[in-house]
Design a protein. Structure first.
Ligand SMILES: O=P(O)(O)O[C@H]1O[C@H](CO)[C@@H](O)[C@H]1O
Length: 291
C-alpha cells in the first residue's frame, strides 16, 4: 500500500474516532511520560495511530516516547492514551506541545491524567516513589515561555485563568485512596512539581535553589499541558514517578542520565498501570455521580 493511501486510511479512521468522541463517548485522556507508554496496555479494543500519520501532529523525538495515540476502553470508560508527549527542548513551540490537549477538549474529554518521570528534590523522596502533583512551578513561564502567550482563543477559555487549583482536589484525594487500596501508601507522596526547559539535568546550585523555592520534584514537561487543560476547563490529575534523586551535594558521585530514568520507569510501570487503570474506572464513577 502506498504511503499516501495509508495516510488517507488512517486519517479517515481517526476522524471516525473523533466523531465518536464528539458524541460524548470518550472521557479520559492519559498522557504518558518517559518510559510510561505501557500504561495503555490494559485498555481493551485498542486502535493505535502513529503521530507521524496524523496530519499536523508533532512527532516524538525522544527515547521512551513511542509516538502513538491509542484509543481504547478500560472497564466501561473510553480513553485516549498519548504514548509520548512533546517538550520545549525538542524544539517544539509550546503551542505544538499543548496541541493534543486542545484536541482532547474538542473530542469531549473531561479529565486528563498526566504522568511523567521526574527527579526528586525533596530529601525524603526515594527512587520509585509516585508523587501525586499538588501544584507546580512554571519556571519557563516566568521567562515568558508560556503556552497561553499570544492572542487568547476565547473558544477555549478566558484571558487570565486562575491556576491556584490546577490539579483537581477530588482527583488527588481519589489517587491517594486508590493508592492505599492497592497497598501503595508507603511510596505514594504528594508534592510540588517544577518544570525546567531542559535538556540538561540540573546543576547542584540550581537544585539547591529549587529546594529553597519549595519544589519537591523537577522535570521538563507537564506544566504546559496542565496549564492549557485548566484554561479550557478540563479536570487534571498529575502523577510523577521519581526516577532519580537530584544531587544537592557536591560530594555525591552518582550522575543522572536518561537511560536510568527509562530503566526506573520500566520497573515501576506495572504499579503505575494498576493505579491508573483503577483510577480511570473510579474517576468515571465520580464523574457520573457529579453530573
Ligand atoms: O517529563 P517526561 O517526558 O516524563 O520525562 C522526563 O525525563 C526526561 C529526562 O530523562 C525528560 O523528558 C523529563 O521531562
Amino acid at each position: 500500500m502506498s504511503r499516501r493511501s495509508l495516510i488517507g486510511q488512517t486519517t479517515s479512521l481517526f476522524f471516525h474516532w473523533l466523531e465518536r468522541c464528539r458524541s460524548g463517548l470518550w472521557s479520559v485522556a492519559v498522557i504518558c511520560g518517559s518510559g510510561l507508554g505501557l500504561l495503555a496496555d490494559r485498555a481493551a479494543n485498542k486502535q493505535t495511530f502513529r503521530y507521524q500519520d496524523i496530519p499536523n501532529f508533532p512527532v516524538s523525538t525522544v527515547a521512551g516516547h513511542e509516538g502513538c495515540l491509542v484509543f481504547g476502553t478500560i472497564e466501561d470508560t473510553s480513553c485516549v492514551f498519548m504514548q509520548g508527549h512533546f517538550h520545549l527542548y525538542e524544539g517544539y513551540s509550546l503551542c505544538q506541545v499543548t496541541l493534543p490537549v486542545r484536541i482532547f477538549k474538542l473530542m469531549g474529554v473531561e479529565s486528563v491524567l498526566v504522568t511523567n518521570a521526574s527527579g526528586g528534590i525533596c530529601p525524603d523522596f526515594k527512587v520509585g516513589d509516585i508523587m501525586v502533583i499538588k501544584d507546580h512551578i512554571n519556571l519557563p513561564g516566568f521567562a515568558g515561555q508560556h503556552p497561553l502567550c499570544g492572542p487568547n482563543d476565547e473558544r477555549f477559555g478566558i484571558r487570565f485563568p486562575c491556576m491556584s487549583d490546577a490539579y483537581s482536589k477530588d482527583l488527588r484525594r481519589l489517587a491517594l485512596d486508590v493508592g492505599s487500596e492497592l497497598g501503595c501508601s508507603d511510596f505514594i507522596r504528594e508534592g510540588v512539581y517544577c518544570m525546567v526547559s531542559g535538556p540538561n539535568f540540573e546543576t547542584i546550585a540550581e537544585a539547591r535553589m529549587l529546594l529553597i523555592l519549595g519544589c519537591d520534584s523537577v522535570g521538563m514537561s507537564t506544566v504546559p499541558e496542565v496549564t492549557v487543560a485548566k484554561h479550557c476547563g478540563l479536570r487534571v490529575l498529575g502523577l510523577s514517578l521519581i526516577t532519580n534523586k537530584v544531587s544537592l551535594d557536591y560530594s555525591r558521585e552518582e550522575k543522572v542520565n536518561h537511560e536510568e530514568v527509562l530503566q526506573i520507569s520500566k520497573m515501576r510501570a506495572e504499579v503505575l498501570q494498576k493505579l491508573v487503570t483503577k483510577l480511570i474506572s473510579r474517576c468515571q464513577q465520580q464523574s457520573i455521580n457529579t453530573h
